[in-house]
Design a protein around this ligand. Structure first.
Ligand code: ADE
Ligand code: ZN
Length: 335
């Protein structure tokens, strides 16, 4: 099975580039920029990665991102992630980035986007990996702040496909961002949002009805509400599920109790993703490997999950078909 997963062509649809920041690279960049971080060794960083909830994690995640200053830093961060994609047969990835984490510290939007997009271009040339960007608004900040970010993004509109919503969910419902999402859609961005990770099903209702999202990040708590499940299926919206993130943040007690198989059986369009791989103990393949083992998933289940990852990506139809054909050929040969 491990071999089958490792060679399976797949897409990743839920990945925070700041969450792919490995301790080794963090140290290197901190040193390069002469920035002090509150850790003396890679081991100390790894030991700090014990979380009781989303906020515990976010506090450390934002701290690590503080060392990113120059275009080269954002390039190195992104290229390092894309190299890992190549090694895992991730053929396409939809990368979230949090501009406000950087612009709040005085880093220019232009610097962030230049580093990331240069790495995307190089990875396309060197590895043939396609990728697109999801600009995520931080929900613990105000809607006014999100509007400022939207404004700053406009000169780079052609390099950004989606807007997203992340950070501390509880107490920051999707409705808080109603107007900025409306405007974001008007300028051409596709809306997605984290919903129902720690927040209840009501947050998912709001994300669907008020933000009109086209894909649900996490969405675990849709299982609280059968009417909502029916609506998600009817609207043909996919969920980007992140198994190792769910156990690390105690959204799910352990992988054996993860609802992924139940979701598939209900007819929900589920995908597997890593969320913040440097913090949660594994890249996307590790997520596939561990959830397969815990839930005894079949090769057919894994094929469905990989198929969903391409099907529910925001790729153009022709590229999507190309990947789906590649996947089908692989499955027929290896099932
Ligand atoms: N930012 C990075 N990872 C996140 C997650 N899992 N939930 C909310 N915001 C995030
Ligand atoms: Zn996330």
């Amino acid at each position: 099975m491990k071999n089958f997963i490792e060679n399976l062509p797949k897409a990743e649809l839920h990945l925070h580039i700041e969450g792919s920041f490995e301790p080794e690279l963090m140290f290197k960049i901190a040193k390069r920029n002469a920035i002090k971080i509150p850790f003396n060794s890679i081991k100390e960083i790894q030991d700090a990665y014990q979380f009781n909830c989303l906020q515990d994690f976010l506090d450390i995640y934002y701290q690590g991102a503080q060392v990113l200053i120059t275009e080269q830093d954002f390039y190195d961060l992104t290229f390092s992630y894309l190299k890992k994609c190549d090694a895992q047969n991730v053929r396409h990835t939809e990368i979230m980035f949090d501009p406000q984490t950087h612009t709040e510290r005085g880093v220019k939007f232009a610097t962030v986007i230049a580093g990331i997009t240069k790495a995307q271009k190089d990875a396309k040339i060197q590895f043939g990996i396609t990728s697109l960007l999801i600009m995520s608004y931080l929900r613990h900040l105000s809607e006014k702040d999100a509007f400022k970010t939207l404004e700053e993004s406009l000169p780079y509109k052609n390099q950004i496909t989606c807007v997203g919503l992340d950070s501390s969910e509880k107490g920051n419902p999707p409705s808080k961002f109603k107007n900025v999402f409306k405007k974001s859609v008007e300028v051409g961005y596709i809306p997605v949002a984290h919903a129902g990770e720690e927040g209840n099903a009501g947050y998912i209702w709001e994300a669907l009805d008020i933000l009109n999202i086209k894909r649900i990040d996490h969405g675990n708590n849709c299982l609280q509400d059968t009417t909502l499940i029916k609506k998600i299926i009817k609207q043909d919206l996919a969920l980007t599920i992140c198994p190792l993130s769910n156990t690390a943040l105690q959204v799910v007690k352990n992988l054996k109790e993860h609802p992924l198989k139940k979701m598939l059986d209900l007819g929900l369009k589920v995908t597997i993703n890593s969320d913040d791989p440097a913090f949660f103990g594994g890249q996307v393949n590790q997520n596939y490997i561990e959830i397969q083992k815990a839930l005894n998933l079949t090769k057919e289940d894994l094929y469905t999950l990989a198929k969903n990852s391409f099907q529910y990506s925001f790729l153009d139809k022709i590229t999507k078909e190309k990947y789906l054909n590649e996947l089908e050929t692989y499955y027929k040969k290896n099932k």
